[in-house]
Write a protein that binds this ligand. Structure first.
Ligand code: 13P
Ligand code: SF4
Length: 343
């Protein structure tokens, strides 16, 4: 009989024992998640790295997540990702060179701009932010970290998710007049520095294509079809969508919301489809969990059970994730500031 990927993973896990920890983000497919030792949202997974004894961390998620684990790992700990090409498209919307040019021009205003990068960004971006006295946030702590940044300067440069920036600004009550979406074209030459100087929140114009698709009209249609339903969405969705939902929050908040909903509830969830379908299975038949719309992250889906098996059979060698010291050190500083401020 042919050995399946499932069997290969079980055998490798038995062989490696406590020296191995498999991490998986909630957006991973079920046949990957079932092998994970730790499943979580971005913040939970990052928090698990410091203090972890395992020598090998195999990270089932997108590249920036494995890179973050590698930055936070202790010397001698190895981080691998089953598919190197699993790249977050939002992280790719803030290339390091563009950010450098924009930050240089913003500096010329003579105001103290504290950069805050969403964890969905490259190690190079985190390093630049760390060097400039800034920090990192996830969708679970964006409000705390935006306040942290505003307390330390004249304004905050929020990179790269426009929707998360605007949704967090709404939570903190930052008026529209004090927000400015940057024109980052032409290596920063297109910036309107007069408008930027008036704003408290400077916003990089990136977004997640998977969450940006969720529109207010979808919530209206869901409420018409399922009277009395509850709607929960991720804060990477557009502000008009978040405003219409009953709740918004990180993947962990969404999971908790479904758990706490009353028996018999119909819950409409606006986030990545793997998580929505897992919640639907978990809560059936007592509660009905439905997607606001079918929207899947192709990059998360590039990590498969076969690739996980290959990685485990080549532990310490295949698809290792390493960050050069000159990037890792300032990036770690930015991450450390977050871990301390949102403990
Ligand atoms: P969380 O911070 O909720 O884990 O989200 C990460 C992500 O990539 C959402 O698209
Ligand atoms: Fe990036 Fe969006 Fe995929 Fe999350 S869902 S990893 S933000 S592309």
């Amino acid at each position: 009989m042919q050995t399946t990927s499932y069997d290969r993973i079980r055998q490798a896990k038995d062989r490696l024992g406590d020296s191995l920890a498999i991490f998986a983000h909630h957006y991973q497919a079920e046949n990957v998640v079932r092998h994970a030792d730790i499943v979580g949202d971005s913040l939970e997974l990052a928090r698990k790295v410091p203090g972890l004894c395992a020598e090998y961390i195999v990270f089932c998620g997108v590249y920036f997540m494995a890179e973050t684990a590698s930055i936070l790992a202790r010397p001698g700990q190895h981080v691998q990702i089953p598919e190197r090409d699993a790249r977050c498209i939002m992280a790719a919307m803030a290339p390091v060179d563009r950010l450098r040019a924009v930050m240089r021009r913003l500096d010329s205003m003579g105001r103290k701009v504290v950069p805050l990068t969403y964890v969905n960004s490259t190690a190079g971006v985190k390093a630049m932010v760390g060097e400039a006295g800034g920090t990192v946030c996830t969708s679970a702590n964006a409000r705390t970290m935006l306040q942290w940044a505003l307390d330390r300067g004249d304004s905050c440069l929020f990179i790269p998710d426009k929707n998360l920036a605007l949704n967090t600004a709404d939570q903190l009550g930052i008026p529209e007049a004090e927000r400015h979406i940057l024109d980052i074209r032409s290596e920063g030459e297109a910036l309107d520095l007069e408008a930027a100087a008036r704003a408290k929140l400077l916003i990089w114009p990136g977004c997640c294509a998977i969450h940006h698709r969720f529109k207010p009209s979808m919530i209206e249609a869901a409420r018409a079809e399922h009277p009395g339903c509850l709607v929960v969405v991720h804060p990477e969705c557009p502000p008009e969508t978040v405003a219409l939902a009953d709740e918004s929050g990180s993947t962990s908040t969404i999971i908790r919301y479904c758990e706490e909903a009353p028996e018999g509830a119909t819950i409409i969830v606006g986030t990545e489809i793997n998580l929505v379908e897992r919640l639907a299975r978990r809560h059936a038949p007592g509660k009905t969990v439905l997607p606001l719309s079918h929207s899947g992250c192709l990059n998360m889906g590039k990590v498969t059970e076969d690739k996980l098996a290959d990685t485990l059979e080549n532990i310490g060698y295949l698809n290792t994730v390493q960050v050069a010291d000159d990037v890792s050190e300032p990036a770690a500083l930015a991450l450390q500031r977050m871990l301390e401020a949102s403990a």
